[in-house]
Design a protein around this ligand. Sequence first.
Ligand code: SF4
Length: 326
Amino acid sequence: MKEFILKLKEKVLEGKSITFDEALKLTKIDESNIETLNVLFECANEIRKKFAGNKADLCTIVNAKSGKCSEDCKYCAQSAHHNTGVVEYDLLEYDSILQKALEAQNHGAHRFSLVTSGKGIDNDEELEKLAIIYEKLSNDTNLKLCASHGIITYNQAKRLRSAGVSMYHHNVETSSSHYKKICTSHTYEDRIKTIENVKKAGLEVCCGGIIGLDENFEERIKMAFEIKSLGVKSVPVNVLNPIKGTPFESLTVLPPMEILKTIAILRFILPDSYIRYAGGRMALKDKQAIGFMAGVNAALTGNYLTTTGSDAEVDKIMIKDAGLII
Ligand code: SF4
């Protein structure tokens, strides 16, 4: 297996893409074989250095509108279909959003995103409210602004762009073939359509997924190749944190070595992207630092939507220790 990993690394370093079957073979690495895993991690790190350089990207999100969502995503605490006891509130006032943005800026974040629950932006009134918030944030902070408001139209994407948003976040969440098992109220194609709308409007796209949604390795690798085909350069990797009251509450959290192996393989598939630690990475416990030496070069810091996240200062130490520059 070690020879195979090294050969595959050479192939990527030569600028060639690995195939689906080659990626699938990497998933067969025994997670208890630390020596082989280390070879995989070192190779992923080398690929990251060559194609993505040494810069790390830090972003922060604010859950600007929480709960009461019409959609039935089985992993999500904010769906009105599940009884999770999540705190529910309407769109936050500008002052509290600004306070969170300035905190993020002071902690060294480069990007700041408003995230709202719901299928998409409810109506023109909500779109305008959001646009005004982004316009004010553009004036009052030095942060690059990202937005995450679900399924949106081309015109809505254009309005967000004119308000100062530079990147739109919309995950595929899982592979096209697994999607129906995680959500039935909208389709995988709805998500792809949003990504097309956003690109057409001139926004950059941040698009990743969640691992640990009861998908097999084949589906996980398929998701990675589907993301690659979208040409996105920021790929958040979430790890399912099963939430009580959701249909996925009894799924098992992925073991740390499986998470790290998956991330390293993603780097082989997506050599020049920002591969971003996102929600659920606490599942890595004391092994988070390894990810930054195994392909990860970006992180969502601070708290996540409905779960407690990481300490930005701890992230910065791990990033610097891995030889990345913030
Ligand atoms: S993931 Fe988004 S669309 Fe799905 S239930 Fe949660 S808030 Fe709604």
